[in-house]
Design a protein around this ligand. Sequence first.
Ligand code: ZN
Length: 211
Amino acid sequence: MLATFPTTAPEENNLIQCDADRGFISWLSQAGGSVAITTYQAGKLALVGWNGQQITMLLRQFSKPMGLAVNGSRLALATHHEVCLLANAPALAYEFLEDQPGRYDALYLPRMTYFTGDLNIHDLEFGREGLWVVNTRFSCLSALRVATLLKKQKGKCTHCGMYFREEDVLEIDHITPKSMEGKDEYKNLQILHRHCHDEKTTEDGSVVKYT
Ligand SMILES: [Zn+2]
């Protein structure tokens, strides 16, 4: 089978060609789902599915899409400077196309964006306490801890109770200091303003005073 699809940027007059062999067609027709593929060269997220008769391909444009992870109804996509978290809204999918109700059974809507900077995230995965990313730029694994903690704290500093503002300097604090056997795990972490963090560390025993 050979099918040709226009991209979502018709002004560039580019075409993406899709060629599927019989084995893949047979498998996809019975898989009961779609295959999501990213290609950062073309800047596309491709959803390859089955409409009951033939293979379909839906393309969406992102800036340098790379790693992709699925967890239940959530989908995380690493792009050039961000990790986008999308969630399925099946109730809205049915009527997404007014003239073709029922054409789609899933509709992924953006729910959250983590601004990571350019980390070259080739892969990522949902962990027990949030997203882990393969941070190729710094050759390490990274957890998106700040974003997870901000969400847990509803955007407020747990020391002063004020909402964080864009210009605030934030720091991650160990609730029980490491010097007092506090562990480096989520339930022992919180985000504070830098000045609140300074205040807290002078009171919580993590700073030893010599007189
Ligand atoms: Zn504060």
